[in-house]
Write a protein that binds this ligand. Sequence first.
Ligand code: ZN
Length: 318
Amino acid sequence: MVGLVSALFFAACQKPPVSPSPAGAGFEQSDAPPSKFEPVSPAHIILVSFDGARPDAVQLAAMPTLQNMAREGAATWTARSIVPPLTLPAHTSMLTGLGSEEHGVFWNEWIPAFGVLRFPTVFSLATSNGLLTAAFSGKDKLAYLFPTGSVSHISYPKPDQADYYRTNHLQGARQVAALAAAHFMAKRPHLMFVHFLDADLAGHFNGWLSPEYLAALGECDSALALLRGGIESSGVTQTLFLLTADHGGSGLSHGVDRPEDMTIPWIVWGADVRRGHVLTNAITLPDTAATIAWRLGLRLPTNTIGQPVRAAFDLAGR
Ligand SMILES: [Zn+2]
């Protein structure tokens, strides 16, 4: 059943890549030693994307880990995605700080003929400054955002990779989290991207806010707990988590400029974050890249529309 469901989802939402991965033939790229560049923040930053997570559902679902981090950190349930609220365009904005008009990625599939990403991301900037970076995705198409040399380590599902979505290029949140946690314990990257797809998958098949969708969000929360536990067990104490989504959804789909599709959660928790703070300023998805760049002391291109969410942080005494 899972195979059939996955196959149907795959047919509806994705096409297989037809050329070698944009990250090149190697599954793991070199872990470059840190250079003289020192990040402004001593924290290790972990960006977690909950694919298709509507904030109203996130508050309804059994997500104790995320909900506690929202209460303890700085959060809003009314941040906005970009138009179109689709996985690849939205993640492009999340990682570049650009709007869709600026980055021009309006397609939602991995289309090699369209070339590789032409703009820097917070990951490529961090990597080029000698920081260790890593990306763990549940969908192969997000590898588009991590061209060769832009990230120290990348992991995404491959056709021959044994996992419980084995019929295609998807990988469940728990497995992604386990890989990411193990990598963090071994390498302690300065910046890590972790992508959980389960809620989006359930939304496309059972409907956004369906019992299956809410259960999938719970599965993603378990994965978050697994990830956080692994990171904490590494002994690293200065961590900054940023939890958000690429888009929401309604019925069996998403992609339209309507509140159900556009509204996303945006939560920061950890080092230097204000405690128990409700963010009231208008936050958009490109602010994610801008906030990470600001915390790391990196400079995004001048046409970036994202703004650092300074209100989420308490830097007094630093
Ligand atoms: Zn998505």
